[in-house]
Structures are given as structure tokens and as C-alpha cells.
Design a protein around this ligand. Sequence first.
Ligand code: HEC
Ligand code: HEC
Length: 363
Amino acid sequence: MFKLDKKTVIAFGIASVLGFGSNLMAKVEKNVDGSVIYPTKNGMYTLYHVNTKAENTKFNLGRKPTKNEIKAWKIEVFPDGEGLPEGKGSVEDGADLFDAKCAMCHGDMGMGGKGYPQLSGGEISSLKNQPKGPGDEAPTKTIGTYWPYASTLFWYIKSAMPFNHPMSLTNDQVYSLVAYLLSVNEIEIDGEELDDEYVLNKKKFLKIKMPNRNGFYPNVDGKNGVENMKKFLSNPKNYGTGSRCMHNCPRGKVVHIKYELNDFHPALSEKRDLPKEVGVKKVKTRIQKLYDETCKACHGNPAVGAPVVGDKKAWAERLKNGMDNLYKNGINGINGMPPKGGNPNLSDKDFKAIVDYMVNESK
Ligand code: HEC
Ligand code: HEC
């Protein structure tokens, strides 16, 4: 449809997704092959690499993953246990691992309080709390009160945690973390309490029954799952006020789209300046690699609230109190910044070198 310039990444979708009239579309198309051109910097388009050798010549983004890459990330554990690897781990080992690798975000014993998900505590009955206004008590959704299956626990921790270093845990370590998290949630297996010496393995894992396993409706498992779902959705009493309505609706009112395309400054159709494309990327230093591993998940993502590397203003603000202050706050942690970015294995020297690198990249 559009012919895209090789050196640019174009989000031609914006105008079409928003559904603007054909008039405007025609104009945009003539302008710059679609609509907006985003700036690339150091070969990056926000978090994504711009790959000028892309196989997909339309977008210049990424490349096909290799078979082994897919294999490495393809971790699936189903409620019936399919996909669960062999392995074992004790509650005690799990407790040590949790203190070292998880508690700085999820709190002692997973009790939360640090702005990251709470993993234990709460009562199933709290799921009935329907907050009707600010300050009302909301449901406490933890592993113990909410999750219907333990399989998610294995799969999720294995592939996504620790947040700042996913895929770094062995299967045995994940077994021990699962054992520990079940024990702090006071979940028993086959009538047995999970004390410190308890060793969880695949066989025992398959016997776990989560407290809230029957708390979900409609029942979408098994051969009647689809029918149950259809029945549920065909009854408007199951959502909203129980009556369908297009006008004079009993509660709330329809919100109209507030902004027009022209309200954006500069207009979405305007061509933005591109910084000069830099040459072949230099080989990464050890410190850059450490940054990628431990810090980038947060400091490369504007949604997290961390000062983004490359954002001059954000760093200038923080530099006002001097480098030593940055080191200190980073090492001890501050607000959403976990101590040493959540990696206690980093030496102070390396941590400071990473901060230097981040600051230099943001000048
Ligand atoms: C740097 C902070 C951080 C560290 C360290 C961390 N987590 Fe998380 N964890 C998060 C965030 C953030 C989420 C929510 C992610 C999301 O919703 O996309 C999360 C989600 C989870 C969840 C799912 C919670 C839910 O209710 O959805 C589990 C389970 C979990 N983490 C376990 C662990 C374990 C086990 C470790 C240690 C091996 C760990 N986490 C280390 C930040 C962290
Ligand atoms: C889990 C997300 C997360 C990770 C991982 C993370 N940071 Fe942060 N970082 C933050 C947030 C959020 C802030 C802003 C904290 C504030 O001031 O409210 C921050 C702030 C900082 C600051 C500024 C402190 C100040 O005094 O203003 C430095 C320096 C820093 N991080 C360094 C690092 C380094 C180095 C790493 C990796 C070793 C790292 N961070 C990993 C979330 C993270």
C-alpha cells in the first residue's frame, strides 16, 4: 500500500486506526508515505532496534527469531501439568532466594508494600469487595486468594521474574520459590503443611489445589467451556445494569472523543527531523551489558517512571545534587528504584560505572 523510506520507521497506522476521513488520509499519504516519522537515535526507535537489514522490508523492525530463540522462550505450563519440567526445591531454599532476589520489590514474605504486586496475605472474602468510590477497600488479589492454578506460578516466575533479570532461574530454583510462596500463602499440598524442610517436586506440584480454584465463572474449562461462556455473555444481567441501552442510559454518560487530529502540536501528519543515522553500532562494553541486563527494563521505558536514559532534562534535574547523591540513592534504593536496581550481586564499583554510563548517555 505505502512505499516506506528505508531509513525511517513509520507509524502509518495512527490515522487509519483512529478512523479519520478519507480526505485527511489522502493528504497524509501524499505528505510522508502515511503519517508520522518517529526519530531514531543510535539505531533505536524507542525500545526497538531499527534493523536496516530487515527481512521484512516494509518496517525495518527486527528479524525472524531463530528456532533456538523461540525454544528458549517457549515456556508453557498448563493447569493439567503439561509442560511442567522435572525438578525439585525446598521451602527453605526458596526463602533464601526470595530474600535475595524478590523481597526488595515484593516485600518480606511477599506481603507487598513496595509498590509492586503483593504475593501473599489477604482473604478470599476480600474478592467480594466492590469499591464504589475512592478510599473503599478493594479486593486483595494474591496468589493465595485469587489464582485458580499453580501452573501460572511456575511458568510466570520462570519466564518473567526477577523482573530485572528474567530467565535467570533454574527449574530447581523455581520449584523452591513456588514452594516458598505456597507456604507463605498457607496453602497445603495433599493435606500436608509446607514447613521449611518441605521439598516440592513435579509429582507433588500436580496435587496442588489452589484455594480460589472454584471462584471463577463461567466455567470455561472442559468440553462445555465454550457453551458456558456463550450462555454467560448472552445474558446482559451478567454485566452492566442488566438492560441494554444506547441513549438515556441509567448511569454515566457516553464520552465523546475529545481531540481532533489537528489538536496535536506538531500535527500528527507533520514530518519530524531525524537525527543523523549513526554508523555500525560499537561492540558493547561489559558495563553496557550490565546496564542492559539490570537497568534497561526500567530506565529504557518511559512508562515505569524511572528517568529514561537519553532524557537530558530528567537527568539534569537529578544531577543538581551531584553524582555522589545519585550513587548513594541508587545503591540504597529510593521510591520505585530498588537498591542496586534489584541486583545485589553488583559491586559498588560496577554500579557506579553503570550510573556514569547512564548519565553520559543523557547529556
Ligand atoms: C525489580 C522489581 C522486581 C523483582 C526483583 C521481582 N519482581 Fe516479581 N514482579 C514485579 C513486577 C513489576 C510485577 C508485575 C509485572 C506485570 O504485571 O507485568 C511482578 C509480578 C510478579 C508475580 C505475579 C503477581 C501477580 O499477582 O500478577 C509473581 C508471582 C512474581 N512477580 C514473583 C517474583 C519472584 C519469585 C521474584 C524473585 C525471583 C520476583 N518476582 C522479583 C517486580 C519485581
Ligand atoms: C524496577 C525498576 C528499576 C530498575 C531495575 C532500576 N531502576 Fe533506577 N530508578 C527507578 C526509578 C522508578 C527511579 C526514580 C526514583 C525516584 O526518584 O522516585 C530510579 C532512579 C535511579 C537513579 C536516580 C537516583 C536519584 O538520586 O535521583 C539512578 C542513578 C538509578 N536509578 C540507577 C539505576 C541503575 C544503575 C540500575 C541498574 C543497575 C537501575 N537504576 C535499575 C527504577 C529502576
